[in-house]
Each structure stands twice: as structure tokens, then as C-alpha cells.
Design a protein around this ligand. Structure first.
Ligand code: SAM
Ligand code: SF4
Length: 475
């Protein structure tokens, strides 16, 4: 479903760079935060109106601890009222770490002599996907370095391979990709292979900082990177993910950059990004970074709360780069997807796995190495509803988060029932007894919370079918 948002900037044109660093710095230099203004902005967001870039500048400029609490409370309320308690789970699968770029913060960069390079063979991909399926995963993001070995044809073929792997009741129902920008034909090829989201991060929206950190390879071109999602849209991909790597430049500027990117896509294509990612810089093999802009835990919470209020109908992804305690804390402020059971060493899902990370074999340090089931257990303990739902994508319901946000009853009609159905599958096929007991309790509580809305009988009927052995039923 498409929508017509307020047009932010009539200057926005498909494929034309849209970040004006001076404009952003000026807004940051002039936006004044006080109780009245912050209160109004939060109210605006809770009443489902778009925040302007100027509003976002006020939120990021807020330093008064009481007002910061208000912002966090606002984000929490928005998350609870609009999205409820579902958390969608996925896992990353690194396919290859050859790379011709030289991003100074990344262990895979071409100039790192310590990096142990590897590309999974067809057989290894199959074995890793089987291992992921045997754990209960249903949604993957495939990750690639930027290298001639990883052409659009190769990526498309890899996506098809992953979809074909079936182990027991297991299957991967949604394959997203994080890979270098492609040309129009390349994007068309991966689109045809049935990718879910095409995800790519600008890393930093600040041109000078971008140049400082990206000194080699195609990625050195800021504007090429910035407009790559325009090319994806032109190729027919309308499900994209954006992100900034927090820690390279002032987080306030990067939040503004992300929101400006959302505005650009909405203005040009009438649809915003499906997801926003906000990875924080982690240690990696032989990296070279300034530490001036590293983001503290407290600032990280603010980033998430502000983004939630600013772009209320965009999914927000929180990854295992963050330690468990941080993940537990920030989930309440608006994240809708997390990875779980994550291993980023190439091939590690199918091999004897050593929990101690060897950074020369990995892109960066991950700080949450819990298994999928451990994460599910804790989500259940904290009242969340773990979900592997892929229904909107497969039913062609695009603009999913926008519908969740704005179509009355959408979550009760589709999202919660589908989350429940996928959790039931997990409980029956993969969960140990203790998780199963907890899980069924959460299933029943969530059915009751539907308050008879919509299709409780049909939902119970479908749960019964799953118990009888049917799989992959969704609304
Ligand atoms: N080669 C592709 C690209 O650059 O777009 C794939 C990207 S990489 C495998 C996924 C993301 O990890 C990058 O876009 C970057 O934001 C992030 N990343 C790289 N180094 C990192 C580090 N040291 N700590 C945290 N995240 C990092
Ligand atoms: Fe290569 Fe991506 Fe790492 Fe840059 S971030 S060096 S492009 S893998």
C-alpha cells in the first residue's frame, strides 16, 4: 500500500543527492528545546502526525534530563500503543568477506592484512542454511563484501539457493540482503530472485567524515552510495532498509541525516524505507577510528527513542552488536526486529563453533552471543511475543509498517495472529520443554488480548491445524 506523505522538500528528485550538510548543521545550531516545544512534538507524534526535520532537531538538542525522560516515555507509549509487544526475529548469514573497499572501521576492508578471507561454497551455504533451519530460523539477511566475486547474478543465485533449502519442517521464508549498490540491471536481477528487503547503510551522512573513512574502492563515492536506493527503487525494489553507523560523526547529525533520507524516499517514491538500522561502532580487526564521536549507552537510548517518534511507521532493527543488557533496555523504546542466535564468522552455523570470536575472521565484535532459544526464552519472560512472521511480504502487502501504524485494527487482524502462528510452529518444532510451557502461556495470553477482535475462532482453528502437522499458514 502506498501513501502520500506531506512533501518535505519540493527539490527532491529521484537519483539526485539530497543531503545538505549546511542545512542540517544550521538546524542543529538554532533549534531550541524547552518543555513546551518538546511536549508539543511528542503529542504530534502520538497523534500520528509526521515530525518535521526541525522537530527532530529540537529532540536531538534536548539535554534537560527531565525532558529526555519525556521523550523516552513518549517513544515507549508510541511503541506500546501502536505496535504492541511483537518482536520479529532473524539471523544474519555472511556469505563472503572479500572486499575491494577500504572502510577504516571494518575488519573486511581490502587493506587489512590480517583478515582471513573466505566465500562459502554452494555446499557450505546449504549446510549453514540447514543448521539455521534446524534452530527454527525463518528469516535471514545475507551479507556480502563489495567485490567482483559478488556480482548481482551471484547474489541472486545465492538467494535462490537459500529459498530452496528445506530441512525437516524448516524453510527460510524471507531472504533480505545487505550488499553493495548495484546498477539498474543488477537490482532487477536480485528483485526477481525474490529478496525481501535490500538493506544498505550510508554509514555517515556527513560528507567530510564520509571521505575520511572511505578512502578506497567504489564506496569512496559518497553520492553514489547516497543515491543507490534511488536506483533500487527505479529497478522495482520498494522494500529497502537504511542505516547509519553511529560513532563516526556526531549522532545528532546522523539522526537528522536518517530522517532526511526517509523524507527523500517518501517525496520521490511515496514510500519510506521498510527499516532503519542504527549500528554502533564495535571493535574489529586492525581498525583505525577516532574515538571522538563514540556513542554512550545513554545516548544510544535517546537515538532510538527519537527515531521512534520521528519515523513512527518504519521498522527499527537492533542487532547483536549490542550486549544483552543494552538490548533488553532499548527494546521497549521502539525496536521491532532483532537478530538472535547470531554467528558472524563465515560458515560458523554449520561448523564446530568456538564462542571466543576471532576478529580476523569476522567483520566486528558481537556482544550478544545468546542462542535463538535463549533470546526467545527471555522475550517470553519479559512479556514480548516473538514472531517469525513473513506474511505481508508474501501476500504482497507492502508498506507493512505504515499499515500497522495507520490502519485501525491491522495489528489485531494480521500481525498478532500471524506472530502467534509462527511462535506455535517454533514451540512445536524446535523449543525445549521449558520454553514450550512458557510459550503456550504467552500464546494464550495474546489470544485473550485480541478481545474477540477479528478472528479468534479462525486463529484457534489454524493453531489446531499446525498441531496436526500443517505448516506455514498465515492471514
Ligand atoms: N559490504 C557491504 C556494505 O558495506 O554495504 C556490507 C556491509 S557490512 C557487511 C554491514 C554493515 O556493518 C556496514 O554497512 C557497517 O555499517 C557495519 N559495520 C562495519 N564495520 C563495523 C564495526 N566495526 N562495528 C559495527 N558495525 C560495523
Ligand atoms: Fe567492505 Fe562493507 Fe566492510 Fe566497507 S563495510 S570494507 S564495503 S565489507
Amino acid at each position: 500500500m502506498k501513501f502520500t506523505p506531506e512533501k518535505y522538500n519540493i527539490e527532491d528528485r529521484p537519483g539526485i543527492p539530497f543531503i545538505d550538510a549546511d542545512e542540517i548543521e544550521k538546524m542543529l545550531g538554532t533549534a531550541v528545546s524547552d518543555r513546551k516545544v518538546v511536549g508539543k512534538i511528542i503529542e504530534k507524534s502520538l497523534s500520528k502526525q509526521r515530525l518535521s526535520l526541525q522537530d527532530v532537531a529540537v529532540l536531538v538538542n534536548t539535554t534537560d534530563p527531565e525532558l529526555i525522560e519525556l521523550i523516552k516515555e513518549g517513544a515507549k507509549t508510541l511503541k506500546e500503543n501502536v505496535y504492541g509487544n511483537r518482536i520479529v526475529l532473524f539471523a544474519p548469514l555472511y556469505i563472503g568477506n572479500f572486499c575491494s573497499n577500504n572502510c577504516k572501521y571494518c575488519g573486511f576492508r581490502a587493506s587489512n592484512p590480517h583478515a582471513e578471507r573466505r566465500t562459502l561454497s554452494h555446499d557450505e551455504i546449504v549446510k549453514n542454511v540447514e543448521a539455521l533451519e534446524e534452530n527454527g530460523q525463518k528469516r535471514l539477511i545475507l551479507v556480502f563484501g563489495e567485490h567482483k566475486n559478488y556480482s548481482a547474478d551471484y547474489i541472486a543465485e545465492t538467494v535462490r539457493t537459500v529459498y530452496q533449502v528445506k530441512k525437516g519442517n524448516g524453510e527460510i521464508r524471507r531472504v533480505n540482503i545487505n550488499a553493495a549498490p548495484m546498477d539498474l540491471d543488477g537490482f532487477k536481477k536480485v528483485h526477481e530472485a525474490g529478496i525481501g528487503t535490500y538493506q544498505i547503510f550510508q554509514e555517515t551522512y556527513h560528507p567530510d567524515t564520509y571521505r575520511k573513512y572511505h578512502q578506497g574502492g567504489k564506496k569512496a563515492d559518497y553520492e553514489y552510495r547516497l543515491t543507490s536506493l534511488d536506483t533500487a527503487f527505479e529497478a522495482g525494489i520498494d522494500d529497502v532498509g537504511i542505516g547509519a553507523l553511529f560513532g563516526l560523526y556526531d549522532w545528532r547529525y546522523e539522526v537528522m541525516g536518517l530522517v532526511r533520507h526517509v523524507n527523500h524516499l517518501e517525496a520521490c517514491y511515496n514510500v519510506g524505507p521498510h527499516t532503519i538500522s542504527f549500528p554502533r561502532l564495535q571493535n574489529a580487526s586492525d581498525i583505525d577510528i577516532d574515538e571522538d564521536y563514540l556513542v554512550s549507552d545513554e545516548e544510544f537510548v535517546r537515538i532510538i527513542a527519537i527515531l521512534r517518534l520521528a519515523v513512527p511507521y518504519t521498522g527499527m532493527i537492533l542487532t547483536a552488536r549490542e550486549p544483552k543488557e543494552v538490548r533488553d533496555e532499548v527494546l521497549q523504546f521502539g525496536c521491532s526486529q532483532i537478530d538472535a542466535g547470531t554467528k558472524i564468522e563465515l560458515g560458523a552455523y554449520a561448523e564446530e563453533f568456538n564462542k571466543a570470536q576471532n576478529l580476523d575472521k569476522e567483520q566486528f565484535l558481537i556482544r550478544d552471543d545468546r542462542s535463538l532459544n535463549e533470546v526467545i526464552d527471555e522475550l517470553l519472560d519479559h512479556g514480548y511475543l516473538p514472531s517469525f512472521c513473513t506474511a505481508c511480504y508474501r501476500k504482497g502487502r507492502t508498506g507493512q509498517h505504515f499499515m500497522e501504524f495507520s490502519v485501525p485494527g491491522f495489528i489485531k487482524r494480521y500481525c498478532t495472529p500471524n506472530a502467534i502462528l509462527t511462535l506455535v510452529e517454533y514451540l512445536l518444532d524446535y523449543a525445549p520443554v521449558e520454553t514450550r510451557i512458557k510459550g503456550w502461556k504467552v500464546v494464550h495470553e495474546n489470544i485473550e488480548k485480541l478481545n474477540g477482535f477479528g478472528r479468534k475462532d479462525e486463529l484457534l482453528n489454524r493453531i489446531e491445524k499446525i498441531k496436526q502437522g500443517e505448516r506455514d499458514i498465515y492471514f
